[in-house]
Design a protein around this ligand. Sequence first.
Ligand code: SAH
Length: 219
Amino acid sequence: MNVRQRQDGMTSPRARERLLQRLRKQGIQHPGVLAAMRNLPRHLFVEEALASRAYEDTALPIGHGQTISQPYIVARMSEALLGGRNMETVLEIGTGSGYQTAVLASLVRRVYTVERIHALLDQAQRRLRGMQLRNIRCKHSDGSIGLPEYAPFDGILVTAAPEGIPRSLVNQLEVGGRMVLPLGQPGEQALVRVVRTYSGYDYEILERVTFVPLLGGTA
Ligand code: SAH
């Protein structure tokens, strides 16, 4: 078997099927999330040299000091966001590779995604267009202020960790809308689900996680 064939083997539908089996074992049940991750070619969201590792359950570098999230985390966050609901509009903060964006775009009517590093956004946008995913709007901006011009959203998913729950983002949720985000300093982060209420918000802690920090400004 030559290198090329081995690489094809590692990125084949069978490799994705194994990923799906692992996700199910890890407790992921949402049929839409599982179907989206079965269909999407994660190996096209990382550079070619890492493509053969794309279906391992691990985060991988995507340049600029950032990473594509571990598949389990993408699945867990998507499932925690949607639960059993149908969502029309979702805002994602931290486009990164665009993989989580593509998963969300398979599940809701429209996804708005915001990234502070221009080069990453550019690359993600090209990939997503190449996959004919047309229900995504990308914006180069500081996601810590959200996207007020398109608010309110049914859901917000944040893929970089702020130290506290950003009030500006809570305010851009519909009442009853949900936000899933990692919270806290590196080494002591937790995944949290926030539900917007009439008077403010409720939240629950889901599990421990490791994310890059949510930074201010753009680059
Ligand atoms: N969901 C992405 C995760 C990328 S890592 C993926 O799986 O590929 C988190 C991303 O959040 C990085 O690309 C980082 O640049 C971005 N980020 C950090 N702070 C941000 C901010 N304030 N606004 C927008 N994006 C931010």
